[in-house]
Design a binder for this molecule. Sequence first.
Ligand code: NAD
Length: 295
Amino acid sequence: MPNNPLILRGKEVSEAIKADLVQRIAVLAKRGIKPGLTAVLVGDDPASQVYVRSKERQSGKLGFNSEVLRLAVDTTESELLSLINNLNKHELVHGILVQLPLPEQIDAQRVIEAIDPAKDVDGFHPVSVGKLVLGLAGFVSCTPAGILEIMRYYNIDPEGKHVVVVGRSNIVGKPMANLLIQKRALGNATVTLVHTRTPDMGLYTRQADILIAAAGVPEFIGADMVKEEAVVIDVGINRVDDPGTEKGYRLVGDVDYKAVLDKVSAITPVPGGVGIMTIAMLLSNTVKSAENSLK
Ligand code: NAD
């Protein structure tokens, strides 16, 4: 029988988040503060340029002091570290974002660790990650934070549910699993994390009340891997060739959307689901940092 699943639209959620930010930014303005976000882009990776431009445009729209520092592809690690050191000290800069990936002569982990945790709006610094795991206040990695906001907006309560997270990356899978086990609202879930070394992944995904797919493999989760009435959150953003389109490709998630649609109770589309939430949470973290600077 055809199902009528709830489509979880990131745009709607991100608009609600931005409306709240507008009010908080107005309060900051009364105190003479504009949230300041500096993005650092090294080299000319086309996807990174698109992401950074989008972050610049959206933070500009909200009236941030936003700036993009574009550095040559042969920038050395010590040049980048010294730039970050200056940004750490700059009082108009509340958030520092170094767009990944970095060219191979630069150790990305060393760069992440050079950012002042108070300005770590991406939530990648070990101090931020440690706080997340311990359930302490700090900057939460933007994509998993955005997924929790989608759940909040659509009243999807993970408490007592079996959530299966596919993928163990530092920016999505690991923080996602750790957030969902916290003893608080939007937590209290039973979490299974599966990855490339999990034999028979479907054994686990078929038990998921909530399935979060973040593997980066186009449409590999089909109807046979999803439980009836599950909530499916698709983090994957994958380009697949499509000569029929103007660009020659289209974006798909990790989940075979059409195949699972009749089976699930709710699902995020790709594009239009999780993707748009990441920037919203980056903006939110930057406003939080600006607010913290007043304390
Ligand atoms: P990653 O490559 O760093 O990590 C992928 C993880 O998935 C790895 O831990 C790997 O073990 C696991 N994995 C890979 N293939 C698998 C398989 N066949 N079975 C089980 N596990 C498998 O990727 P990432 O940065 O976490 O991103 C994952 C996906 O999410 C990508 O498509 C990426 O584009 C997308 N993404 C979207 C956003 C956003 O929505 N804004 C943000 C970050 C990443």
